[in-house]
Design a protein around this ligand. Structure first.
Ligand code: C5P
Length: 222
């Protein structure tokens, strides 16, 4: 039987960078499910659709093929109709589009099996918003990883600058608060800790400290 670790939490809590490191340490496969929602958002925006065009976004699902794959370094890549779109899905605009499409039940259903299948044969650390509550309710370990909105915004802002993306702290904080609100107030699969999850708050830790904390919490439960 393969082992699954679910890591949920709000944007900017360090889920992906920490999960990646922990996966390496434990020799697990790291699956970033946000990339899937971002890819649906990208497909919609490439089609010229707007976030409000719910019916068109749903019908677009019949025409697209989304797959997760891994490159030679073991890094996840996401394929939209066979094209590697991993580098197009990280912009602030793609983030907002992803958050909007993720509130559509049909989009969530479209991505459900793909996510579940990843955990069937391999040991995975899967990060997202509803992994412990909906996608992998039987995950062995469930973590709700969070940090204050201000800390999360400051980390995202620094990351943007490092990547050469235009960014101001105030704008990122507004974005973080808006996405938190959207993700936790949607009707379907809202962002909330699973009842049997462990809350890990990284507000007062730097990256190395957060990694140690997370690894300790996981190893204690393996
Ligand atoms: O994790 P990331 O910031 O890349 O996710 C982008 C958006 O996708 C989130 O704001 C959220 O709305 C959505 N998402 C989701 N469920 C997941 C993963 C991401 O609704 N499991």
């Amino acid at each position: 039987m393969s082992i699954a670790i679910a890591i949920d939490g709000p944007a900017g809590a360090g889920k992906s960078s920490l999960s990646k490191e922990v996966a390496k340490e434990l020799s697990f496969i790291y699956v970033d499910t946000g990339a899937l929602y971002r890819t649906i958002g990208l497909a919609a925006s490439r089609k010229g659709l707007k976030k409000e065009d719910k019916a068109e976004i749903i019908s677009m699902l019949n025409d697209i093929d989304v797959k997760l794959s891994f490159n030679d370094e073991g890094t996840q890549i996401v394929l939209l109709n066979g094209e590697d779109v991993s580098s197009f899905i990280r912009t602030p605009e793609a983030s907002m589009f992803a958050s909007a499409v993720s509130a559509i039940p049909e989009v969530r259903a479209f991505l459900l099996d793909l996510q579940r299948n990843m955990a069937k044969s391999d040991n995975v650390i899967m990060d997202g918003r509803d992994i412990g509550t909906v996608v992998l309710p039987d995950a062995k370990i469930k973590i709700f990883l969070t940090a204050s909105p201000e800390k999360r915004a400051m980390r995202r802002h620094k990351e943007n600058i490092e990547k050469g993306i235009d960014s101001t702290y105030e704008e990122v904080l507004k974005d973080v608060n808006q996405r938190d609100y959207q993700d936790s107030h949607r009707e379907i699969a809202p962002l909330k800790p699973a009842e049997d999850s462990v809350l890990v708050d990284t507000s007062d830790y730097d990256f190395e400290g957060s990694k140690e904390l997370l690894l300790r919490v996981i190893k204690e439960r393996m």
